[in-house]
Design a protein around this ligand. Structure first.
Ligand code: ADP
Ligand code: MG
Length: 350
């Protein structure tokens, strides 16, 4: 009865609460929000100044009293209150055209695998305080597998690698559950940091995170691409303190990030080594599914494939795999009930 009442005003939603990107899927509609998970805060008043794309534009360009925060850096909620505000903002945004005070949606949230109970509770509380009436939590690798329509309920092994901003998730899934997984703090942000370090050590110039990410996207690769790529980079000369321009090539960037890439390959190999033999043969046959923004790095999939000797596939739109999965789950909650980490019973009305 109450359910029917709330359904008049609420749209059930699936959320990919990523460290770099937050995406929201509205049941029956599709993806409606795709924005950086970034918040700008006024440190004097402790008030949120901007959220999402608007806040990201401010990064590195703020006066002293405003700081631009990524509340989920490292894949977990490092800043609970800000995460809650951000979630609330996006949940309200979805309900803009309905009677907001009565919007109490059911929400499915994807979280990195291997997150602790405390962190799970933090995500759940953040979503609830942000207005959700039921919060369901799913591990992102499972959501991604559902999103790219892998047969997760079959007795066959599927392996998903999700390379995001703060974390990389590597997981083997069979019979609707994670058989083995690894969560690493090496992903897109680490590549950016590698580039900052490399520019400082080799070119003696200081660049910011945004510039490092731009370079990575413009010319980054993991093995030779055939065409030599280069870009002009502006930064601050470490000796003179003045602005300086240098030309950086794809070879430089490969050198900068190679160690981190090797760590990811090694971790994947370890996961495969720990995988039961029956599932290994499935994986060799079916290959690895690679998702997340990191999968766009040139030749990353090819290098993984040749190092691990297993074919690597990237689906159409690897950035949205997780949120599409949460969307499929919210539209079929009964069917997917058993794969959710936690089910919350209906809350009493506010
Ligand atoms: P999360 O799930 O942690 O929010 P995403 O899956 O959205 O992360 O991926 C974000 C990461 O992907 C960032 O580090 C970003 O720099 C990186 N990325 C996005 N596009 C590209 C690209 N074309 N080449 C390399 N890296 C990319
Ligand atoms: Mg992600």
């Amino acid at each position: 009865m109450l359910d029917k009442f709330y359904n008049l005003f609420s749209r059930d939603i699936g959320i990919d609460l990523g460290t770099a990107t937050i995406l929201v899927y509205v049941a029956g509609k599709g993806i409606v929000i795709n924005e950086p998970s970034v918040v700008a805060v006024n440190k004097k008043t402790n008030q949120v100044v901007a959220i999402g794309s608007e806040a990201k534009k401010m990064a590195g360009r703020t006066p002293a009293h405003i700081s631009v925060i990524r509340p989920l850096v490292e894949g977990v909620i490092s800043d609970f209150e800000i995460t809650e505000e951000m979630l609330g903002y996006f949940i309200r945004k979805v309900h803009q055209d309905t009677w907001q005070a009565l919007a109490r949606p059911k929400v499915v949230v994807g979280v990195p695998s291997g997150i602790t109970n405390v962190e799970i509770r933090a995500v759940r509380d953040a979503a609830k305080n942000a207005g959700a009436r039921e919060v369901h939590i799913v591990e992102e690798p499972i959501a991604a597998a559902i999103g790219v329509r892998l047969p997760i309920y079959d007795p066959v092994g599927n392996i998903i690698i999700d390379i995001g901003g703060g974390t990389t998730d590597i997981a083997v899934i069979s019979l609707g559950g994670i058989v083995i997984s690894k969560n690493m703090r090496i992903a897109g942000d680490k590549f950016d940091q590698d580039i900052i370090d490399y520019m400082r050590d080799e070119f003696k110039i200081l660049i910011g995170e945004k510039t490092a990410e731009d370079i990575k996207i413009a010319i980054g690769s993991v093995s030779k691409t055939g065409e030599g790529l280069e870009t002009v980079v502006r930064g601050r000369d470490l000796v003179s303190g003045l602005p300086r321009e240098v030309v950086v090539t794809d070879t430089d960037i490969r050198e900068a990030i190679i160690k981190s890439v090797r760590s990811l390959v090694r971790a994947t190999r370890e996961v495969i080594e720990d995988t039961p033999p029956e599932l290994i043969s499935d994986i060799m046959h079916r290959g690895i599914m690679m998702v997340g923004g990191g999968s766009f790095l040139r030749n990353l999939a090819a290098v993984f494939g040749s190092e691990i000797k297993v074919p690597v596939h990237i689906p159409d739109d690897p950035l949205t795999a997780v949120v599409r999965g949460t969307g499929i789950i919210i539209e079929n909650l009964e069917k997917y009930k058993d794969i959710l980490i936690q089910h919350d019973d209906e809350l009493p009305p506010k």
